[in-house]
Design a protein around this ligand. Structure first.
Ligand SMILES: NC(=O)c1ccc[n+]([C@@H]2O[C@H](COP(=O)([O-])OP(=O)(O)OC[C@H]3O[C@@H](n4cnc5c(N)ncnc54)[C@H](O)[C@@H]3O)[C@@H](O)[C@H]2O)c1
Length: 516
């Protein structure tokens, strides 16, 4: 297989190629102005989503957004409209620039709950550690992401940004960023063609050529790797947030095709503990409450998988007085669950009595049709893991079962005998589909991403090779320290003698890299 034919993804859900003869062609022919190009694009037949969009690009995602409350129906898609902000700049493509004011308010609200990132902005603004960095950003475009984007710009970077998910963009936030002069290419409900076009606008366009990537899901990295190999080779570093994107980077590295250093933010302690454990601990309840109106005290819940996500879900439901059961394949995690007072069971042993089933394994077919045939009437079934195959939802789409959409993200599935189960978010990540992610948690992850970019961009030659790295522990500690003032938390300083006794530098790192 030629280098450019490498299938960057391995799970088939993500990969654009090699099968992808429909991979985006250069959509911006030389000498064609952007406006002209939009006109051309408008004439092209619009394609609907297909399986070549990654799972993470299509999982719906909600937030406290005004996005739905605007009427933009002049019948034109964003790419068909001429767009300009109030300063006459048209280097962006959003749903409706007139929503900018609302978006700005959303961003200001997010800033209040993102103390670490704001502190980093304040501290490093004068040094401009990202001066010269040209970043292609591909993340959810939310108010919290806007705080990151504006922080990176304040630290000296030039950025172009697109969405990593066709549903998750807060249109008013994209508008606010465009109004502030950022090259944003994103709107809620992009088609597949739009999705790849937007990414392409952020890789090289109008004199911009990226030298850094900040990715969530690996799609921007993938497109650059496949379509712009010469730019890809010049990149100083990739920062990747998602499990899937990181997995793809390791695959590339294993096959010797990763030609640049990459930072795995997904496995940094700041992400695994704060984003995964604490955030899921809160958002599982939010998602369940918003969708079901059910009281959880005294209910029987089974949590499949007792990793970080499972630990968060189990603790949250226990806190509400639910009786929590855990399934595990790993004896260590199983023992941890026992030590927390949870019953470790096999799913088939308890399935008949469960009121709620939550999958958090990252595995597939954990809850099968056979299981669901045995659950009791009214059982709530949902998934917190990455993939919508943890619950075998496909097996429920058979003629004898009736699906009834009872409210947004809630389906009743009715068996011939009248039994019904409540499936949330069609088995996709329930918290991302049905609740909002706390800004504070995003602040921790975003600060980590910003520091990873600074580190890769400024690292002396040779510090990072063509491989995937974890952020040095000292930086994890720095991220945490930036958030402590929000709690008026006062760290104890090591005395010189204590530092010598423990063999530590007084300024850290205080733990080895493997510490979690
Ligand atoms: N919803 C969210 O916001 C969110 C946040 C972070 C991660 N995730 C996703 O949640 C999933 C779990 O993440 P994690 O960080 O807890 O991973 P993890 O690896 O720490 O935990 C998963 C656990 O599931 C167990 N497991 C695997 N197969 C199983 C099976 N068949 N039955 C029972 N247990 C099984 C594993 O032993 C492991 O302990 C991943 O898919 C991850 O991408 C979701």
């Amino acid at each position: 297989m030629a280098e450019n034919d490498v299938d960057f993804g391995t799970n088939g859900e993500h990969a654009l190629s090699p099968r992808s003869k429909d991979a985006p062609k250069p959509l911006h022919p030389e000498g064609t102005s952007r406006i002209q190009f939009r006109d051309m694009a408008a004439k092209k037949k619009r394609v609907t989503r297909s399986r070549s969009l990654s799972l993470s690009s299509t999982d719906s995602y909600s937030s406290g957004s005004y996005t739905e409350s605007f009427s933009d129906d002049d019948g034109l898609t964003p790419r068909e409209r001429l767009q300009e902000n109030s300063k006459g700049c048209g280097e962006f493509c959003v749903k409706n620039i007139n929503q900018a004011e609302f978006g700005r308010r959303e961003i200001e609200i997010a800033e209040q709950e993102m103390p670490g990132l704001m502190a980093l902005r304040k501290r490093a603004e004068s040094e401009k550690p990202l001066s010269g960095a040209k970043i292609t950003g591909c993340t959810h475009i939310t108010a919290q992401a806007a705080v990151l984007i504006e922080t990176l710009a304040a630290l000296g970077a030039t950025v172009r940004w697109c969405a990593c998910n066709i549903y998750s963009t807060q249109n008013e936030v994209a508008a606010a960023l465009a109004e502030a002069g950022f090259a944003i290419f994103a709107w809620k409900g992009e088609s597949e063609e739009d999705f790849w076009w937007c990414i392409e606008q952020c890789i090289c366009s109008n004199g911009f050529e990226a030298n850094m990537i900040l990715d969530d899901g690996g799609d921007a990295t993938h497109l650059m790797f496949k379509k712009f190999p010469s730019i890809f080779k010049q990149i100083k570093g990739i920062v990747e947030e998602s499990v899937t994107g990181v997995h793809r980077l390791y695959q590339l590295s294993k096959t010797g095709k990763l030609t640049i250093p990459a930072m795995n933010v997904n496995d940094s302690v700041t992400k695994t503990k704060f984003d995964t454990l604490y955030s899921c601990r809160e958002s599982i309840l939010d998602a369940l409450k918003r969708t079901t109106d059910v009281m959880f005290a005294g209910k029987h819940v089974v949590v499949c998988g007792y990793g970080e996500v499972g630990k968060g879900c189990s603790a949250a439901l226990k806190g509400l007085g639910a009786i929590v059961h855990v399934t595990e394949i790993d004896p260590i995690c199983a023992l941890q669950a026992c030590m927390e007072g949870f019953r470790v069971v096999r799913l088939e042993e308890v399935i008949k009595y469960m009121d709620v089933i939550i999958t958090c394994t990252g595995n597939k077919n954990v809850v099968t049709r056979q299981h669901l045939d045995r659950v009791k009437n009214g059982c709530i079934v949902c998934n917190m893991g990455h993939s919508n195959t943890e619950i075998d939802v496909a097996s429920l789409r058979t003629p004898e079962l009736t699906w009834e959409r009872v409210r947004s993200q809630v389906d009743h599935i009715i068996w011939p005998d009248g039994k019904r189960i409540m499936l949330l978010a069609e088995g996709r990540l329930v918290n991302l589909s049905c609740s909002s992610v706390p800004s504070f948690v995003v602040s921790v992850t975003s600060t980590t991403q910003a520091l990873a970019l600074i580190e890769l961009f400024n690292a002396p030659g040779g510090r990072y090779k063509q491989d995937v790295y974890l952020l040095p522990k000292k930086m994890d500690e720095y991220v945490a320290s930036l958030h402590l003032p929000a709690f008026d938390a006062h760290l104890t300083e090591l005395a010189d003698s204590q530092a010598r006794y423990l063999g530590l530098n007084k300024a850290g790192p205080f733990k080895p890299n493997y510490y979690r």
